[in-house]
Design a protein around this ligand. Sequence first.
Ligand code: ATP
Length: 700
Amino acid sequence: MFLKQIVLKNFKSFSGKNVLDFPVFFTAIVGPNGSGKSNVVDAIRWALGEQSFKNLRISRGSDLIFSSNKKNFSAGFTEVELIFDNKQGLFPLEFSEVCITRRIDREENNSYFLNHQPCRLKDIIEISATAKLGLKGFSIINQGSVDHILRVSAQERRIMLEEDLGLKNLGIKKEEAKRKLESTLINLDKIQALRQEILPHLRSLKRQVNRWEKIEKIKTELSLLENKYFINLYNRLLKERNTSPLDFNAIKNKIENLEKEIQEQSKVIGLIDNQEDKDLETEIRNLTKEIIDLQNQRSVLLRDLGRQEAVSDKQVSGQDFEKKLHSLKEELKSWLSLFDLEKIKEKINYLIEDLNSFLDFSDKPQEIENTKIQKIQFELEKIEKELRNQNEQLNKLQEQQNEQSLEFRKKFQEIELKRTEKERLYREMQREEILNEKFELHLEDFKRRLKESNFEFDDFEKNYQNTQEEMITDEALNILERKIWKGKQELIEAGAEDENIIAEYHEVSERYNFLNQQINDLNKGTEDLQSLIKELEKQIEEKFNEAIKEINEQFNHYFRLIFNGGAAKLVQKREQTDNGNLNWGIDIKINIPKTQLKSLEILSGGEKTLVAICLLFALVKQSKAPLLVVDEIDAALDEENSRRFAEILKALNQKTQFIIITHNRMTMSAVQAIYGVTLTADDCSQLFSLKLEEAKALAE
Ligand code: ATP
């Protein structure tokens, strides 16, 4: 037996602990109306996890707990235990006996136990479904609901059948896969939208990165060109540098020494202060003056003499005139040595006077003395003598002066030579200073240009020492400069670069790739889910069709048995749902013998129940359900149909445990054991085993 025992504790009308044992396959529960028979079915249903109050015929959970007005007693909790034999492993548990327990207290706290260990409702539902005890299947048929399967839509019927056929799990898997597919597609849409959203930004970033890369390329090329350019430029610059610099200190010393010598020698030749020279000059000047005075005196005497002689001669002959002119010429010659203008003027006056007197004398004859002539001549001789002496003296002084100036010139030339040398040394120093300064300026300019091109001079110089760069011609250098200029122009045209763009590009493209990857994964997931759904649908379809085939065999068999011929079968049918979708459903086709009736609708209530029972037995047989609990499914049958029903019951093989609540004597005669339920005086349900006759009497 599959269900070995039911233990009820304070369940509905059952007060305290009540135990039902099921030692045989076919058990009937009989008893008067309201004695509590259906409460046993409710107990099984509830213990297996039923949540519907309606199915349990209650309005709240605590309605399940025994309470009696007559006894004025309410129990604090109720508990139902179902003890199953699991030797065949119908439950997926490693126990030979499985005990499912459910308990509820007045506070409506539900608790579930598997083999007395607390568990979840989900665990109970799962193992029950595996053992084909599903609450929505056909294992437990409530009172009046056997023909429910005839009343439902084809679609609902298909779902009920699938559940009964154990295809529910596949169906759940399929629905899960469908839900997953739906959410995957939604995710896919979302992610595709996200990807689409960032795409323009990514493209714009990519363009900027391309531009950036172009700038970087130009920069690299430019740097190489500039390196070559600067190395060549520096090479040229270094050639400007003085390789054998002057010893400035030595030169300065030399200049200082020269200056000292110049000063000293200058002093020696009196350039600076020489009294001796001055004295000599004064002496010469005085002597000259004296000579001039003597010459004047002589001129006066000569004039007087001339006048006296003229008086004596009374006439001035041509010879005299010539003489006069000659003396004038001599006189004038002697003036040439004169420097003093005043003296010259004075002499000119004397001369004019002399000429006047000569001319006067030549015009009118005058009286002369002879003694006077002699006197004058004597005087003249004296003056002449003195003049000679003085002239001699002057000559000596002039010679002395000449000698002195010769020495002066010699020394002066020496000084000049030294000065020239000093100036040459100055110029040399200056020239070198200018050259050095020029080089420094060029070097500064070069460094500035280097800096402008972002080269560090120190690094550059190190690099220059080790460079393999070839030296190029001036023309090539010009071409290089133009190339650099062009590169710089290109850089300006390319605009400013923004390093953040690169980081942002990487970030966005990483995100883009991530989204792409996700889209790929989701696409793959979609494909997998679609093929899983197809596979599941195929499996369900195949199993379902196979099962329907088997069910139809049995259905037709039972139908023909009960209706004495005819035919019945389940057929697949396409059915339009409310929301317009097409769904597969299962329709029932019957063919009642001797009539042409083919529709279920026109059958009587009893006939409908019989069709439903045929189908129920066919399903139970096909599914090899281990337990079938039915509540008064035979209530609507007349005697003849009850007999047929009892025949079928007897013919059922002993693979499905059968618990039936019945008032039907035919049914009672077909079962192996009967439980009687009565109400005690306190309105408590009471259980006891009955013999068939007792049962019949009790049922009546
Ligand atoms: P019928 O043959 O008419 O179908 P039955 O034998 O199936 O009757 P049940 O429906 O199982 O009878 O039992 C109903 C009885 O159980 C009622 O008398 C009801 O008062 C009683 N009952 C239901 N819940 C409780 C409860 N919590 N405490 C006590 N009695 C209860």
